[in-house]
Design a protein around this ligand. Structure first.
Ligand SMILES: Nc1nc2c(c(=O)[nH]1)N[C@@H](CN(C=O)c1ccc(C(=O)N[C@@H](CCC(=O)O)C(=O)O)cc1)CN2
Length: 304
């Protein structure tokens, strides 16, 4: 490869960052146990047999135990009635050993996901999806922040330092990533545009941005010539595509091979934002535990 072909962008290593964050969380968990005799506990509920969700839940269980926390897994059949799930959540809300509750998404179609999210105690809602936590984020209060946007923000702050005054575009307006990400960027004094399927000239919006957060779930939709030279690209997409030879491959929402030649820094897929999601879930569980026990412990990786 000649110099003119060599990638310009710095690769943002989510695997390394998340491993360091998990180590820091493990240290805090051991301090909590030794000094305060409290062990944080995370309950994860999986309904059905979606293969990707099964992998994520298995990884959550493994990572939770590695930090020294308690992990409580609840695996329910796909035809579980909504009322059973709500009763399980009521029990977890009242369980003093459980400090964090997460219901893996997506849920089967017969279950109303919003109703389930609203049944979780806001101070145990380690996904940060309950309307109380949504409101706290929007109004600048102290709630629990959704894990993928929180992890993305940690990577951005680590890469750029202050984000103040930078132009950011968030592509996607989901409750899980797009909207909370926009709020976090506003908090960091960015000028934020939220683009979506009805945006008139998406390429022009992206070209104006110093920070691009792609969270649309469309494989390689953002092209390299849309990226402003030197911009920082956070690719939240995780899409499994089938290649002409029948093999499958994970790609993001950004055409990586093109964007890496233009951007200043970029997250790869896999190994970028994805691993931060579980590390931030553990961080939220530790935070929830400390708050529920009125313990004033230092945050793991205070980013803001
Ligand atoms: N209740 C929730 N459900 C879902 C969430 C969530 O935050 N809360 N997010 C996603 C899935 N997810 C965690 O649940 C998740 C996605 C991806 C990764 C990850 O580490 N990805 C790897 C690649 C993994 C692979 O090979 O497939 C990477 O990007 O490097 C972790 C967690 C939807 N549901």
């Amino acid at each position: 490869m000649t110099d003119s072909q060599s990638p310009r962008a710095k690769l943002i290593d989510g695997n390394a960052f998340s491993a360091a964050l998990r180590d820091e969380i493990a240290t805090r968990v051991h301090e909590l146990r030794d000094l305060h005799h409290v062990v944080p506990g995370l309950a994860v509920v999986l309904v059905g047999e979606d293969p990707a969700s099964q992998v994520y839940v298995r990884n959550k269980h493994k990572r939770t135990l590695e930090t020294g926390m308690n992990s409580f897994e609840h695996k329910l059949p796909a035809d579980t009635p909504e009322s059973h799930l709500l009763t399980l959540i009521e029990g977890l809300n009242d369980d003093p050993e459980v400090h964090g509750i997460l219901v893996q998404l997506p849920l089967p179609r017969h279950i109303n996901a919003q109703k389930v999210i609203e049944a979780i105690r806001p101070d145990k809602d380690v996904d940060g999806f309950h309307p109380w936590n949504v409101g706290m984020l929007a109004s600048g209060g102290i709630g629990l922040i959704p894990c993928t946007p929180l992890g993305s923000m940690m990577l951005l702050r680590d890469t750029l330092g202050s984000l103040s005054g930078l132009k950011a575009v968030v592509i996607g307006r989901s409750n899980i990533v797009g909207k909370p990400m926009a709020h976090l960027l506003i908090r960091e004094s960015c000028t934020v545009t939220v683009a979506h399927s009805r945006t008139k000239d998406l390429a022009a919006e992206v070209r104006a941005a110093d920070i691009v957060v792609a969270a649309v779930g469309q494989p390689e939709m953002v092209k390299g010539d849309w990226i402003k030279p030197g911009a920082t690209v956070i690719d939240v997409g995780i899409n499994r595509i089938t290649l002409p030879d029948g093999k499958t491959k994970l790609v993001g929402d950004v055409k990586f091979d093109e964007a890496v030649q233009v951007a200043g820094a970029i997250t790869p897929v896999p190994g970028g934002v994805g691993p931060m999601t579980i590390a931030c879930l553990l961080r939220n569980t530790l935070t929830a535990c400390a708050r529920l026990h009125n313990l004033d412990i230092p945050e793991a990786h205070p980013w803001a």
